[in-house]
Design a protein around this ligand. Structure first.
Ligand SMILES: Cc1cc2nc3c(=O)[nH]c(=O)nc-3n(C[C@H](O)[C@H](O)[C@H](O)COP(=O)(O)O)c2cc1C
Length: 194
């Protein structure tokens, strides 16, 4: 799979098969994150991989899912993630671009996972204090995001927006993700409509 294909076909997944992900594959995702662009090449990001069955439920309890779908968006028993990557900033590594660095690293994780057939959900709705305590994360680290992982147990498709950017599920359970049209976001040499 080439990079463009992965970018176009990757979609957020929130229902997962319960097969474990080999640790070496998870490690490959961190390797992809490690190689992401970084402001000043200062590389403040570190990554905690959680795949111990005893820890999964504790992490899950700190996360919120698919706000537009209400309870329907939350993975049920038997479809919860089988691993997580907790994305951290090491506060001892000076940087003026922490959020850009984190985001570039996460996108590498999502695309590399997709290329391996692994589904992902980038999660910002994290109870960070609770998760910090649960995972005994020391003070010199701050949790930025969590990436939930597992082999996909749902189909998600992209579509052009029709007046709303809210993702939705059809009667067959297919997840639809509206994206803005290219002609609405591309300004060629001058800003349109001005
Ligand atoms: C910064 C950020 C935070 C997000 N937080 C959440 C979240 O807390 N819970 C969730 O279910 N999805 C979350 N998502 C996933 C988005 O809902 C998803 O990317 C969006 O609906 C577009 O779908 P796509 O990833 O398939 O293109 C987040 C995505 C980003 C980039």
């Amino acid at each position: 799979m080439d990079a463009i294909e992965a970018i176009k076909k990757r979609r957020t997944i929130r229902r997962f098969l319960q097969d474990p992900i080999p640790f070496n594959d998870l490690k490959d995702l961190i390797d992809a994150a490690r190689l992401a662009p970084s402001g000043g090449n200062l590389q403040p990001c570190e990554f905690m991989v959680i795949d111990d069955a005893n820890l999964l439920e504790g992490v899950f309890s700190t996360l919120a899912w698919a706000a537009y779908l209400g309870q329907e968006g939350k993975p049920k028993e038997g479809e919860k993630p089988v691993a997580y990557i907790v994305v951290l900033i090491n506060k001892e590594k000076q940087t003026s671009t922490p959020y850009a660095d984190v985001s570039a690293a996460i996108e590498n994780i999502l695309l590399s996972a997709f290329a391996k057939g692994i589904g992902t959900c980038w999660i910002g709705s994290v109870q960070k204090e609770k998760l910090t305590q649960f995972l005994n994360i020391p003070e010199n680290y701050s949790i930025q995001y969590v990436v939930a992982l597992g082999y996909p147990a749902e189909k998600a498709v992209v579509e052009e927006e029709h007046g709303s950017l809210k993702y939705w599920r059809d009667e067959k359970g297919v997840h639809h993700v509206p994206k803005r049209r290219i002609d609405d976001i591309l300004h060629h040499n001058k800003i349109r409509n001005f």
